[in-house]
Design a protein around this ligand. Structure first.
Ligand SMILES: Nc1ncnc2c1ncn2[C@@H]1O[C@H](COP(=O)(O)OP(=O)(O)OP(=O)(O)O)[C@@H](O)[C@H]1O
Ligand SMILES: [Mg+2]
Length: 467
C-alpha cells in the first residue's frame, strides 16, 4: 500500500476509525473506573557474604557469593515457609498461596539488592505485610544458612529500605489505560478499514468499470451535494457537471457508428444510482445541440423525471399505451419547446407487461420517426423485470453505475439480464464519483445550435420548489 492509497484509506474511513477509538477509550474508561485501586509497599534487602577483612581474595569471593545468593533468595522469599511465618506474625486470614499472589520479588541488576513488593487494596495492609516479610526473611535466611553446618552464617540479610505507606495506587492507571486503549482502538479502526477495503467489491474507478463491463465508460459524474436541490445542468450550464454530461453526449455519438441508436434506455442495477438525473440531463444536453429530443419516464413504479423537470405527472406513457389518450395530448413541452417529455402517466398495476408490450414497441417506432433521439428513463434492472422488458424495445442501454455502491456482481448480473434480452449496452456512466481535483477537464462541446442552456427558461431548476 503506497502513501497515497494509505491516506485515501484514512480519509474514506475516518468515521470508522474515530468510532473504534472512541469505543476503545470509553470501554477502558468504564473498566478502569470499576477497578479496585491497588497499593504497593516495598521492602529492600541487602545480601552480604561474610569475608575476612584481611584477605582480598576472600572479600572478592564474598561479593560473588552474595550476588549468586540474591537470585535464589528471590525465589526463597515467596516460599511457603516465609509466607506462613508472615501469616502467623500478622494473624492474617489468608492462605500461603493467596499471600504469595500479593508478593513480587525482583533483584536489582548487578547488585546484591533484593526487593519484595506487596500489593493490596489497603495501603496499610500492604505496608504491614511488607514489613513483616522484611522481619521474617531477615530471620529465616541466617537460620537456613547456618543449618548447613558451618556454625556461623556465611550470608547475612539486612533490610535497607523499610516498607513505606503508599499514598498513590499502583493500579488502575487511568492515563496509561486510556492512552493504550486509544492506540489499540486507532489500530483496530485502521485494521477494520483495511479489511473493509479488502472485502469491498464496489466499483471505484472508470477504468475498473470499463474492464468489468466490457463496454466503454462514456463518462464520470462527480458526486455533488447541490444535486439534490438542483439536479439539472441548467442550474449551472458551464459548471463541471454540465461538462461531464456533455462529454457523455459526445462519447455516445462514437459508439457503434454503424448501427444508429436513436432510442436509448438509461438504466442501472439498483435504485438511487442517478438514472433519472442522468437521463434528464442527457436529454437536455442532446436537445442543446439542436436535435429533436423526447424524454420518456418509463420508471412506472418510481416516476421522478417529470418532477425533476418541474412538470406535472398528468396523462403519460401508461395512458398512451392503453389508448386512453393520444401521444400528442400526453406530450409535454419543457423549456419553451426545448425538450419534449412524456411522463409516466397514471399508475398501472402491470408495469412489466406494459413496458414489454407490442404497444410499447410501436410507440417507440413512432417516436423514432418524429424525433432524432428518444431518451428513456428506466427502472433498476435487478429489482423488477420492467427494465429488461423496456431494454428489449430500445436500441441500446446506457448503464449508470454508482461509485462505491454498485458491486461487481450486481454489474455482472445487470449486464447478464440485458444480454438475455439481447439489448446492446452502449456504455456506462460512473456516477457519484469523487470530485476531480481540478475544476474543469477542459473538454465539453458548448455547441448550442438551438439555444444555449443558460437561456432556457425553466421553473424546474429546484426540485423541491416544484413540489
Ligand atoms: N452525482 C450525484 N451527486 C450527488 N447526488 C446525486 C448525483 N446523482 C444523483 N444524485 C441524487 O441522488 C438521488 C437519486 O438520483 P436519481 O433519482 O437520479 O436516481 P435513480 O437511479 O433514478 O433512482 P430510482 O431508482 O429511485 O429511480 C437524487 O436525489 C439525485 O439528486
Ligand atoms: Mg429514477
Amino acid at each position: 500500500m503506497d502513501l497515497r492509497s494509505g491516506l485515501r484509506l484514512l480519509r474514506d474511513n475516518w468515521l470508522l476509525i474515530i468510532a473504534a477509538t472512541v469505543i476503545a477509550v470509553a470501554t477502558a474508561g468504564i473498566v478502569t473506573s470499576n477497578q479496585t485501586p491497588q497499593y504497593s509497599s516495598r521492602v529492600t534487602f541487602f545480601i552480604s557474604a561474610w569475608a575476612d577483612p584481611e584477605d582480598p581474595a576472600s572479600a572478592y569471593q564474598g561479593s560473588l557469593l552474595s550476588e549468586q545468593k540474591v537470585k535464589s533468595y528471590a525465589e526463597l522469599l515467596r516460599t511457603r515457609r516465609v509466607m506462613d511465618s508472615v501469616i502467623d506474625d500478622l494473624s492474617l486470614d489468608l492462605s500461603a498461596d493467596e499471600l504469595t499472589a500479593k508478593v513480587a520479588t525482583a533483584v536489582v541488576p548487578d547488585t546484591s539488592l533484593l526487593e519484595a513488593t506487596v500489593t493490596d487494596p489497603s495501603p496499610e495492609t500492604a505496608q504491614e505485610i511488607a514489613r513483616s516479610i522484611g522481619d521474617q526473611f531477615a530471620t529465616i535466611v541466617p537460620t537456613l544458612e547456618s543449618s548447613s553446618g558451618a556454625g556461623r552464617a556465611a550470608v547475612n540479610v539486612a533490610v535497607v529500605n523499610d516498607a513505606e505507606l503508599a499514598t498513590v495506587p499502583v493500579s488502575p492507571r487511568p492515563v496509561r489505560n486510556l492512552v493504550l486503549a486509544g492506540i489499540i482502538g486507532l489500530l483496530a479502526g485502521v485494521g477494520l478499514a483495511a479489511a473493509r477495503r479488502a472485502l469491498d467489491t464496489t466499483i471505484k474507478t472508470a477504468e475498473e468499470l470499463e474492464r468489468r463491463a466490457g463496454v466503454p465508460t462514456l463518462g464520470t459524474v462527480a458526486a455533488d451535494r447541490k444535486m439534490t436541490k438542483t439536479p439539472l445542468i441548467v442550474s449551472d450550464p458551464h459548471g463541471l457537471r454540465a461538462e461531464e454530461i456533455r462529454r457523455i453526449r459526445t462519447n455516445l455519438q462514437f459508439v457503434d457508428v454503424d448501427r444508429p441508436h436513436k432510442v436509448i434506455l438509461v438504466s442501472g442495477a439498483l435504485g438511487g444510482e442517478g438514472k433519472t438525473t442522468t437521463a434528464c440531463n442527457l436529454a437536455i444536453a442532446m436537445a442543446e445541440t439542436g436535435k429533436r429530443v423526447i424524454l420518456i419516464d418509463a420508471d412506472l413504479r418510481k416516476p421522478r423525471a417529470a418532477t425533476f423537470l418541474g412538470l406535472p405527472i398528468g396523462a403519460g406513457l401508461t395512458d398512451v399505451l392503453v389508448g386512453a389518450t393520444s401521444l400528442d395530448a400526453a406530450e409535454q413541452v419543457w423549456g419553451e419547446e426545448f425538450l419534449t417529455v412524456l411522463s409516466s402517466g397514471s399508475t398501472a398495476p402491470n408495469p412489466s407487461e406494459l413496458l414489454g408490450s407490442q404497444h410499447m414497441r410501436d410507440l417507440l417506432d413512432e417516436l423514432r420517426e418524429t424525433y432524432d433521439i428518444v431518451v428513456v428513463d428506466g427502472p433498476p434492472l435487478l429489482r423488477v423485470a420492467d427494465a429488461a422488458a423496456t431494454a428489449a424495445a430500445c436500441d441500446g442501454v446506457l448503464l449508470v453505475v454508482r461509485h462505491g455502491r454498485t458491486r461487481q456482481d450486481q454489474l455482472r448480473e445487470s449486464l447478464e439480464s440485458l444480454r438475455n434480452v439481447k439489448a446492446p449496452v452502449l456504455g456506462t456512466v460512473l456516477n457519484f464519483a469523487p470530485a476531480p481535483s481540478h475544476k474543469s477537464y477542459g473538454y465539453g462541446n458548448l455547441n448550442t445550435q438551438r439555444r444555449p442552456l443558460a437561456e432556457v427558461k425553466t421553473n424546474a431548476t429546484d426540485v423541491h420548489a416544484s413540489r
